[in-house]
Design a protein around this ligand. Structure first.
Ligand SMILES: [Zn+2]
Length: 432
């Protein structure tokens, strides 16, 4: 993509699934061409004091296009992703129209081509995300879709979920991803059902809504042999059940979002809709269980559930505002600050959760997630682990401003992002 332009990333510590070593990285024609010491020439990017890692991969991003371009577009979302160190994101299908149709998916892929981050499309499990009739999964698979989900909605009907899994089994690498919240139990609720919802008088969504669907879908994975992925796992019981399912050898995977390991339901005390999200922020015990699940390998990926909303939407009351919060530009720093610095995860484990494990789940491991080696695609991020910064909602690349972390001081920052050999972020600034 960079038309023969050569870049040398100098003075960093290369880290990928194979380990760490001090090395320079030479990039040309979209590929890594040389990893070694004392490399010079072309344009040089300083990586002293930094880690040079495979670009991050986010399994769960709402880009809002088509249908809600006031909140985010594929272009602004891709820029936010690049600033966050991501070189690939999986776009969720709850757009308007939804991604349940080959023409709409093809349009999203076309809009994403040439942006500052690779945009991978998911597609709906059911037509209109209505949970009744299966979407044309085979045709969508033919366009490259590997992750099917009705995200935002749970596939509540066990028979429909079973048929989706049986169909997915015939599509190598396809994953059926569930937004696990039983709608009958969660309906009318706006935050976690517990001590804080009682105190605030806000109707709650019980953790049991999540736990019931997780236990049901684990049994459906056992019944069908097809791969089930649990989006944004947030309850301690759900983590335990995923751990047990893996011990049974079932094809089950899970992701967790940064807000579910950094915030509790107490954050809703001020009735600020910035903290409203589905599934909701839960208890300290749930947060601790997510951390254990990330550390012991139960949870496969950190995924942001980046959910942009216009200021008007988030200025409504807590009960009227839509759920969701931004994630792309803070995910890595929150992981480093809240998990790596306190010793919950090693840096390599954190990068596994943010890069190569989600790349494998998304079916893009040949393009993203490393290793950083000659002949491999030059999709890289350079991380300064010591940089400290304060989240300023006014300076985000996202079109939206609904981060719950405004004013929070974080340690660790993406310095450069390289996409197919092109530096799309240099010294934390987007290049286009
Ligand atoms: Zn969801």
């Amino acid at each position: 993509m960079s038309d023969g332009a050569e870049i040398v990333i100098r003075g960093g510590v290369v880290v990928d699934a194979g380990g760490e070593r001090t090395a320079d990285v030479r990039v040309r024609d979209g590929l890594v061409v040389e990893v070694g010491s004392g490399l010079r020439g072309g344009r040089e990017l300083d990586a002293s004091g930094c880690f040079v890692a495979p670009g991050l991969v986010d399994l769960h991003v709402h880009l809002r296009e088509p249908g809600d371009e006031e909140a985010e577009t594929i272009d602004t979302g891709a820029r936010a992703a690049a600033r966050g160190g991501f070189t690939a994101v999986v776009a969720m299908p709850n757009t308007d129209p939804p991604l349940d149709d080959a023409a709409v998916v093809a349009a999203v892929l076309a809009r994403g081509a040439g942006s500052t981050c690779d945009v991978v499309s998911s597609a709906c499990i059911t037509k209109g995300r209505a949970g009744v009739e299966l979407a044309p999964m085979g045709e969508l698979y033919g366009l490259g879709v590997r992750l099917f989900t009705d995200d935002g909605n749970c596939v509540a009907d066990a028979g429909v979920m079973r048929r989706a899994l049986e169909y997915a089994r015939s599509l190598p690498g396809a994953v059926v991803a569930q937004h696990a919240e039983d709608p009958a139990l969660a309906r009318g609720g706006h935050m976690h059902e517990g001590a804080w919802s009682s105190r605030l008088g806000i109707p709650g969504r019980p953790a049991a809504a999540e736990d019931l669907i997780v236990t049901r879908d684990i049994e459906l994975a056992a019944l069908t042999g097809a791969a089930v992925h649990f989006l944004h796992v947030s309850s301690a019981r759900a983590v335990d059940m995923v751990r047990e399912a893996k011990a049974r050898g079932l094809p089950v995977s899970a992701e967790a979002a940064p807000h579910h390991f950094t915030l509790t339901h107490a954050a809703c005390a001020g009735f600020d809709p910035l903290f409203k999200v589905h599934p909701p922020l839960r208890t300290r015990a749930d947060v601790d269980a997510i951390k254990v699940g990330l550390a012991d390998g139960t949870i496969d990926a950190i995924a942001t559930d980046h959910a942009p909303h216009t200021p008007e939407a988030k200025e409504r009351t807590f009960e009227e505002a839509p759920p969701g919060m931004l994630g792309l530009e803070t995910a890595l720093a929150l992981t480093l600050t809240e998990l790596v610095e306190p010793g919950v995860l090693t840096l390599a484990d954190a990068l596994a959760l943010l890069s190569w494990r989600p790349a494998a789940l998304a079916g893009i491991a040949h393009r993203h997630g490393g290793p950083v080696a000659a002949g491999r695609p030059a999709n890289l991020c350079v991380i300064d682990p010591a940089a400290t910064w304060e989240v300023d909602p006014g300076r985000l690349a996202s079109r939206a401003r609904n981060t719950p972390y405004g004013g929070r001081k974080l340690t660790g920052r993406v310095r450069h992002t390289v996409l197919w050999g092109e530096p799309v972020v240099v010294d934390t600034e987007a290049q286009r």
